[in-house]
Write a protein that binds this ligand. Structure first.
Ligand code: 5MM
Length: 337
């Protein structure tokens, strides 16, 4: 079958597979490496990421695609093979983060707007040539006193839709990521309200700008209590409220929803995904596109030492497998042993 936006999107959410978000920008990867006492050099970043891309079983059976940062999509592995080819050889799709990061939104203290639309058409053409078949753009929606404002939500979803349309024009499937941030002491009800409002606005904007929904993947937050809330909601409540909001707002034409982990522990992120997939049938595939929840364990096991590569690959493979099971509704915490 020839490659279409729809066929790429379906491959991204193939049964039992999800996405590895390895697109940490320079500042974020430095923060992750600082935590394991590893210097953030170009070689260390390459070695670390190559180690994951060469975890064959995980990459072939549980990971459909990898979101890369600009540096990584151009990098070669230690033996000179482009990392894009290492990913493709494992049977996964290379993807690219194209946003320029979230910056302060003018005149709106505490709120952010994602930049990066200028020159995006040319960048997409270049990334397509390098091998990217999907892309990612993340919008940040903070919850706080009197925020988010309608202004913040509408400017961010407008930018997401403009990015998505440009991606599709280039033959690249857009992952649209409106992240309602978990930081704060807000209740799960407040997260539910903000997530619902954001998703309604997002799908209005996608429709207005004539984005092809069948060739688009949604990467949202789960509906969850603020990280410092008292009485944080349990797994079942998170699963029920998240699905309630999605059923109200996400058209069935979207082939898949892949969650971000957003600061949840890796076990929490897997348990929530597993609980939701036990509540089917659902109109869309429900899988993962985790950064921290897939990488925290391998980063700790690796700690920058070549001798630790097998243990780090085992840790990455385990989390990929647990999340794969969760995406099929076959996960239980006993399997962690
Ligand atoms: C891997 O982290 C991604 C890039 O973050 P920065 O641009 O801030 O460096 C991030 O966008 C990520 O793809 C999503 O937030 C999902 O990752 P988590 O860690 O939330 O699962």
């Amino acid at each position: 079958m020839s490659e279409t936006l729809e066929s790429i999107a379906l491959a991204m959410v193939a049964t039992g597979k999800g996405i590895l978000a390895a697109d940490e920008s320079s500042g974020t990867i430095k923060k992750r490496f600082d935590a394991i006492n590893v210097e953030s050099t170009e070689d260390n970043r390459r070695d670390y990421r190559e180690m994951m891309f060469r975890t064959t079983d995980a990459m072939t059976n549980h990971i459909s695609g990898v979101i890369l940062f600009d540096e990584t999509i151009r990098q070669k592995g230690a033996d000179g093979t482009p990392l894009v080819d290492v990913i493709k050889a494992a049977g996964a799709l290379p993807g690219i983060k194209v946003d320029g990061g979230a910056k302060e939104l003018a005149g709106a203290p505490g709120e952010m707007i994602t930049e990066g639309l200028d020159g995006l058409r040319d960048r997409f053409a270049q990334y397509y040539k390098i091998g990217a078949r999907f892309a990612k753009w993340r919008a940040v929606i903070n919850i706080g006193e009197n925020i988010p404002s309608t202004y913040c939500i509408s400017t961010n979803v407008h930018a997401l839709a403009r990015y998505a349309k440009l991606a599709q024009e280039a033959g690249i499937v857009p992952i649209v990521e409106p992240e309602v941030i978990m930081d704060g002491s807000h209740s799960i009800e407040r997260c539910e309200e903000v997530t619902e409002t954001t998703l309604i606005a997002l799908f209005d904007a996608l429709r207005e700008q004539e984005v092809n929904l069948e060739g688009c993947i949604l990467k949202p937050n789960m509906v969850i209590s603020g990280s410092t809330a008292s009485n944080r909601a349990g797994v079942q409540e998170v699963a029920e409220r998240t699905l309630k909001v999605f059923k109200r707002t996400v058209p069935a034409a979207i082939p898949g929803i892949v969650f971000l982990s957003g600061g949840q522990s890796d076990l929490e992120a897997t348990a929530h995904l597993g609980a939701m997939n036990k509540m089917g049938p659902l109109p869309w595939k429900l899988s993962f596109s985790y950064g921290r929840a897939l990488q925290a364990a391998p980063q700790k096991a690796w700690a920058g030492k070549a001798d630790n590569v097998p243990a780090a690959q085992a840790a990455f493979g385990h989390r990929a497998k647990m999340n794969s099971l969760a995406s099929k509704g076959e996960y239980s915490t006993d399997l962690e042993k």
